[in-house]
Design a protein around this ligand. Structure first.
Ligand SMILES: Cc1ncc(COP(=O)(O)O)c(C=O)c1O
Length: 389
């Protein structure tokens, strides 16, 4: 019978340890992959669940000169004095809806993305009211079929309208940009097709008279594997957090990256039960014989995917265990096979993997999803504990 000592921070039910030295090293590794380009650290969705402000600071320390978010609210929070970021760091946000905080964004010197005439009209009105020119980046849909302006007449008209506003001193077009659909599928023909279209659309805008500071299209997989896509700036997200965009293109270690988040909990209970004992809601697991059960105090309300019921891996006492039965809202059970770790013993759901623990990718496979979703959904009830600040 083994006894795992409780960790000094075992008083925490659970914690997501965020290794900022790993994040800084990942940013440096990504910069080495794209030496001719600036790096925009994508810190949307609370830095993919890792904590936007500490991660933004660490990324800037490691040489990121731009930060990227989806919503304007995320970007404004980064620009606030409380974030403590250098004043000259560029902050871009790209997911706008009508009536958004354009004036605050203009006053906060954010780079705002525009994909359609309605957005250009709103940002121009805000710039006029603020008496400050807006920084605008025009987004081209080069084939993703999501946000962005369609090529052809729509693009020509958007560029022409931006040029008119630029001539009036109401905005400056700082960037032309786009996003890939399948950069994580090596050799997929859509990659070359999007790249050709991006070149055509930027060239067309430049012929019309725009002089953007930056043209950019590369997300993590493109930054890691497609040097032709780097242009003036790369926009990695997931790779910065040490997670591979797809196991198809390689492991984090293949790219010199190290996972930043370790998710662990303190066992809330270890108990002996007889064989034939049903476990958790629906009794989808029944003990095959007399055994011990460990209670992990994390559940789907903390972002542990319920789809990983009966499949998710956990390291307890040096051994991989599997979720026994259903993951509930706040807790799940592992069969410890007769081992009796002490109360408060550590259960590691995922981390870098070098202590033998599973990785976020292992949980993604167990839940039938992608590792992006695993790290991003870890809930606010789980404290983030920053190490190596
Ligand atoms: C517009 C945009 N750029 C860059 C990224 C970063 O992507 P990745 O995390 O794959 O690097 C995202 C994330 O989805 C995005 O939406």
């Amino acid at each position: 019978m083994s006894e795992t000592p409780a960790r000094p921070d075992a008083a925490l039910r659970a914690r997501a340890e965020i290794d900022l030295a790993a994040l800084r090293a990942n940013v440096r590794a990504l910069r080495e992959r794209a030496p001719g380009a600036a790096l925009m650290a994508v810190v949307k969705a609370d830095a993919y669940g890792h904590g936007a402000i500490p991660c933004a600071r660490a990324a800037v320390e490691a040489g990121a000169t731009w930060l990227g978010t989806a919503t304007p609210q995320e970007a404004l929070a980064l620009r606030s004095a409380a974030a403590g970021l250098p004043d000259d760091v560029r902050i871009m946000c790209w997911l706008w809806t009508p009536g958004g905080p354009w004036r605050e964004a203009v006053e906060a010197r954010l780079d705002v993305s525009v994909s359609a005439p309605w957005a250009l009209t709103e940002v121009v009105e805000a710039a006029r009211a603020a008496g400050v020119p807006a920084r605008v980046q025009l987004k081209a849909d080069t084939g993703l079929g999501r946000n962005g302006c369609q090529p052809g007449a729509d693009w020509d008209e958007l560029v022409a309208a931006a040029l008119r506003a630029e001539a009036e001193g109401l905005l400056r077009v700082t960037g032309l940009w786009s996003h890939f659909a399948r950069a994580d599928e090596p050799g997929h023909p859509s990659i070359a097709a999007q790249l050709t279209r991006f070149r055509e659309m930027t060239a067309q805008a430049e012929r019309q008279g725009l002089r953007p500071e930056v043209r950019h299209i590369a997300n993590s997989p493109a930054t890691l594997t497609l040097p032709d896509t780097h242009f003036d700036l790369v926009r990695p997200g997931i790779a910065m957090y040490g997670v591979s965009p797809s196991p198809e293109i390689g492991t984090p270690a293949d790219f010199g990256l190290r996972p930043v988040m370790t998710l662990a909990a303190s066992l809330a209970l270890v108990k002996q039960v007889p064989g034939g004992h049903g476990v958790s809601y629906g009794h989808h697991y029944t003990t095959p014989g007399e055994t011990t059960l460990g209670l992990v105090p994390l559940g789907y309300a903390d972002g542990i995917p319920r789809h990983a019921s009966s499949t998710g891996p956990v390291l307890v006492d040096g051994k991989w265990r599997t979720v026994a039965g259903r993951i509930a809202m706040d807790q799940f059970v592992v069969d410890l096979g007769g081992d009796r770790p002490g109360p408060g013993a550590e259960a590691v759901l995922f981390g870098p993997g070098d202590r033998g623990e599973p990785t976020a990718e292992d949980w993604a496979q167990a839940a039938g999803t992608i590792a992006y979703e695993i790290v991003t959904r870890i809930g606010s009830r789980v404290p983030r504990v920053y190490v190596n600040e």
